[in-house]
Design a protein around this ligand. Structure first.
Ligand code: B1M
Length: 216
């Protein structure tokens, strides 16, 4: 019975259907299924499949975006139930993420945040147009393991470097890892500014974050 439900959950993510994903998550709660099983045995195989197909060029960006939204809708229904049961999702580390100052592109950043959250990280999403000072302030306040910055404009990429310098000035740089990404960002840019990690997409970002912390 729950096997069928798990299959339907995976399919709802593959089909990028947030309403159905939320409905199936609710159904799992009503049937007394462990919400962690619903996430890990139901929805995660769906998002893994989409990630693999995207990697092979057989599914495309809209599929990835919709799969992320479906996953997010399901997790939003299940997380209160996890808290209610007193269970804790495995937390691999704390990530502070945002799009840098002067930049309002949020689709890729949000997708990366969702994937990190689904992948087991506690994510503080600061949104877009995030000032250098805000990254530092929140990283300190939440004792971040990773500061993750997205930039979509060649004119705003330089803010990633400013944040790294500000983390150094604040004495936080050696305590955490820095990841950068966004369409104009390259591996060589990441190396040039002294970031620890770079990924060109959201699926890769989860693997890089795990690798940086030596977890998962
Ligand atoms: Co803008 N825009 N835009 N735009 N926009 C680009 C980026 C641009 C390349 C379009 C172009 O000219 N071909 C160009 C930048 C040129 C440059 O600097 N080289 C551009 C421009 C010029 C502008 C404006 C200046 C236009 C204007 O007003 N004259 C303006 C800037 C506003 C500002 O930010 N201050 C502007 C505005 C906008 C909209 C608001 C209209 C809209 C954004 C809506 C929104 O985000 N809510 C928009 C859009 C949609 C785009 C394009 C078309 C698409 C961006 C997107 O969402 N892609 C974009 C062209 C393009 O990229 N093809 C463009 C989908 C998204 C899933 O991908 O964000 O790349 P992406 O994220 C990927 C990876 O990059 C990676 O993973 C994600 C998922 O795989 N990734 C990370 C992202 N962050 C990561 C972080 C990581 C790791 C991986 O670790 C921390």
């Amino acid at each position: 019975m729950s096997e069928e439900l798990f299959k339907a959950m995976a399919q709802s993510v593959i089909d990028g259907d947030p309403d159905l994903a939320a409905e199936l998550a609710q159904k799992a709660i009503e049937q007394g299924i462990d919400p962690l099983d619903a996430i890990n045995k139901g929805f995660v195989p769906g998002v893994d499949y989409v990630g693999e197909q995207y990697g092979k060029g057989e599914m495309f960006l809209p599929d990835l975006v919709l799969a992320g939204e479906a996953m997010k809708a399901a997790v939003a229904v299940l997380e209160p139930e996890i808290a209610r049961r007193g269970g804790q999702r495995q937390t691999l580390g704390t990530v502070v993420i945002g799009t840098v100052e002067g930049d309002i592109h949020d689709i890729g950043k949000t997708l990366v945040a969702t994937m990190l959250s689904v992948g087991g990280f506690k994510v503080h999403d600061l949104g877009v147009d995030v000032s250098v000072g805000k990254f530092v302030e929140v990283a300190r306040a939440v004792n971040a393991d990773i500061v993750a910055m997205s930039a979509l404009l060649t004119t705003t990429m330089v803010r990633q470097q400013d944040v790294i310098e500000a983390l150094e000035d604040a004495g936080l740089r050696s305590r955490l890892k820095v990841m950068v990404g966004g369409a104009p960002v390259t591996r060589s840019w990441a190396e040039e500014i002294g970031a620890d990690g770079y990924s060109e997409d959201a699926i890769g970002a989860v693997a890089v974050a795990k690798q940086l912390l030596g977890v998962g």
